[in-house]
Design a protein around this ligand. Structure first.
Ligand code: FA5
Length: 359
């Protein structure tokens, strides 16, 4: 065998012994038999040999190439087999229990809503619901809120413009929508319209709570454009302010899990007379004054009072026979005060780092 061929074959065999992957094997193949491979190039030199040597060199070259190809093939089969053995020998512990996907928890507001409805159901109240898009008659007029009341101002109320849906031209809902005049549809500014809807459809005795979303054009640390209220209504013969006080004191003890100081501050709401703000003694400082209660020792929960006779009349209930009380509390503020949340915004941002704190 010509010396140059023998050198290449020996170098190849030495390199082959060190190959331990299919990728390295491929590189070796290219280095020797590729277009610019060292063995391929030797073939090109055949033309420079005297004619009598060419035939012998050609036969030797073929032998070397075949030997290299066979060795490559053998090594490839060996590497494949080794990889297969490794794969088979791998031990997977199929008895390990799978990782649990992270489970979500109820939003802190939903937790409060549940606890509130459970508390009032225990006190004998049933749950009532009303729509978010409300007629101004129920949101204002029937609640004795006059047309010039500041709450009707654009600063507080989101008005809805009735809109004919082009795809439903002959739909009766569309016709009803078009009969509404501007300013008649609003996003309910409180849950009090549920009082009206209930009294229009049920006869006393009535004992309901309505929990839900409410909307106002308001935005700061303790006011949000979308927030939640719980409304309570109790109507029967001989209902007095003393019933209201007793119920709210009972509820506070049940909800906060301990007896808290409470206070009723005279206040004005057109749909009650007399009216009051209901405050609880700050559950954090125990009344000494802290940042959460703005150093007053009390936290305002919402309004309450005796149902105004004008509201009874608008709902077809005789105010000479029946009396009743109502309240409307801010659910978000109650949640904030319960967990010392500094800004209302945290409730609606959906930040998992905040939500994880309420398992
Ligand atoms: C009312 O909404 C009356 N409907 C409550 C009522 C019902 C009084 C029945 C008498 C009888 P007020 O506007 O004060 O009242 O709101 C009640 C509570 O809702 C407030 O004390 C506060 O806790 C909460 N609230 C009001 N506006 C916002 C807001 N923008 N963001 C968060 N909470 C709010």
């Amino acid at each position: 065998m010509p010396a140059r061929l023998a050198t290449q074959l020996a170098a190849f065999q030495e390199a082959l012994a060190r190959v331990d992957s299919e990728a390295a094997l491929y590189e070796l193949q290219v280095a020797y038999l590729g277009k610019k491979g060292t063995v391929t190039q030797l073939r090109g030199e055949m033309g420079k040999l005297p004619p009598e040597e060419r035939k012998g060199f050609g036969a030797e070259w073929n032998r070397v190439r075949n030997a290299i190809e066979a060795a490559l093939e053998e090594r490839r089969a060996y590497l494949k087999e080794q990889a297969r053995r490794l794969d088979l020998a791998r031990v997977e512990d199929l008895t390990l229990p799978p990782l649990r996907p992270p489970a979500g928890t109820l939003h802190p507001l939903s937790q409060t809503r549940r606890r509130l409805s459970e508390s009032f159901q225990r006190l004998g109240f049933s749950l009532a619901v009303g729509p978010h898009v409300e007629h101004s008659k129920y949101n204002f007029d029937d609640l004795n809120v006059p047309k010039d009341h500041p709450a009707r101002d654009m600063a507080d109320t989101f008005f809805i413009r009735p809109h004919r849906h082009p795809g439903f031209d002959d739909h009766t809902d569309n016709d009803a929508a078009m009969r509404l005049r501007a300013g008649e549809l609003v996003l309910r500014t409180h849950t009090s319209p549920v009082q009206v809807r209930t009294m229009l459809t049920q006869k006393p005795p009535i004992r309901i709570v309505a929990l839900g979303t409410t909307f106002r054009c308001d935005d700061d640390a303790t006011h949000s454009p979308m927030f939640h209220q719980i409304e309570g209504l109790y109507v029967d013969r001989g209902v007095t302010m003393a019933d209201l006080k007793a119920t709210l004191m009972d509820f506070t003890r049940d909800f906060y899990g301990r007896r808290l100081d409470v206070r009723f501050r005279p206040s004005f709401f057109p749909f009650v007379e007399p009216g009051a703000e209901f405050d609880i003694g700050c559950p954090f400082c125990g009344g000494d004054g802290c940042n959460l209660c703005k150093r007053t020792g009390y936290i305002e929960i919402g309004g309450c009072g005796m149902v105004h006779p004008a509201v009874f009349e608008a709902c077809g209930i005789d105010p000479e026979v029946y009396t009743g009380w109502a309240f409307g509390f801010g659910v978000d503020r109650m949640t904030m005060s319960q967990h010392a949340v500094p800004h209302l915004r945290h409730m609606f941002e959906g930040d998992v780092r905040f939500l994880e704190q309420f398992p």
